[in-house]
Design a protein around this ligand. Sequence first.
Ligand SMILES: *[C@@H]1O[C@H](CO)[C@@H](O)[C@H](O)[C@H]1NC(C)=O
Ligand SMILES: *[C@@H]1O[C@H](CO)[C@@H](O)[C@H](O)[C@H]1NC(C)=O
Length: 357
Amino acid sequence: MLWTLLLLPLLLLVVSGTQTTQPCFPGCQCEVETFGLFDSFSLTRVDCSGLGPHIVPVPIPLDTAHLDLSSNRLERVNESVLAGPGYTTLAGLDLSRNLLTSISPTAFSRLRYLESLDLSHNGLAALPAESFTSSPLSDVNLSHNRLQEVSVSAFTTHSQARALHVDLSHNLIHRLVPQPAGAGLPAPAIQSLNLAWNRLRAVPDLRDLPLRYLSLDGNPLATVGRGAFKGLAGLTHLSLASLQGVPQLAPHGFSELPGLQVLDLSGNPKLKWAGTEVFSGLGSLQELDLSGTGLVPLPEVLLHHLPALQSVSVGQGTRCRRLVREGAYPRQPGSSPRVALHCGDTQESVARGPDIL
Ligand SMILES: *[C@@H]1O[C@H](CO)[C@@H](O)[C@H](O)[C@H]1NC(C)=O
Ligand SMILES: *[C@@H]1O[C@H](CO)[C@@H](O)[C@H](O)[C@H]1NC(C)=O
């Protein structure tokens, strides 16, 4: 018992960080978080947001891990603005809510350890190719800009091991330019890609990206045809909610997605489909969201096409779950358990609803 009492304060010291403020460039706030035994490890967060364009280039402490330059009405960012002691080791940079319309191709070239970059809520109209090559990025937020055409190779980085999450939602993107074949460059390691609320009329060609999550919500997609998702065998989550226009689902449109676990088609009142063949090939699908679509598929047929299905949402707040009804026990050799979908109001207990879809 005694050793626990002695260890407790030590453990607390190791686990919890302590926060102090330190002297900082006028107007900015510098917060130091220390971790570890005897505060051996510290991270400084520098907040220079909302100060105005004169703030750059701002000197920052040597051990700065995160720099917030948001809401400063910045119009230009280049490598001389992001240089100096402290910048080389920066892991997070927030440039959101500025007036950036372009970035110089070498703007981030000195940020050798940058993992997270927020450029959301600017006026960016284009991304130079290989803008991020020098940084080991894992998160890039480009949402709420004015991008129209984005080249996949803009996200190539030298450190291929790291999974990259890219938010391109709320832009004007009508075309995603695939990586040119034979360019000799490895495909960027984009694992999740948010393309929601853009101007895409067709599913973009994303083959060879190691994608797991993809959102195309709110785009004016006209059809999801056969082969639309070619080369995306690793995809586990796909969201096609609130599509604009009258989207059509063709038979076998999802057949290239054997690993897909979650498919969201909610909020598509005008969705047209060509029967349950639409879902063929989705052997791993566990969750299907059809709420707000008016599609009420027949359960037996659906279960036939979707052997792994656990739950499906339909109509307004109705959720159906897979139920396995065992036959007589002991089970007769050769007989399989009866499987059914059991539906109920999501507000009430799902188990209560006796109605079968
Ligand atoms: C970088 O931008 C600043 C102003 O934002 C400008 O004064 C400077 O000339 C630029 N440097 C280069 C190398 O383009
Ligand atoms: C990107 O930024 C927007 C707006 O600031 C925010 O709502 C969104 O959650 C961010 N995306 C990610 C993946 O963090």
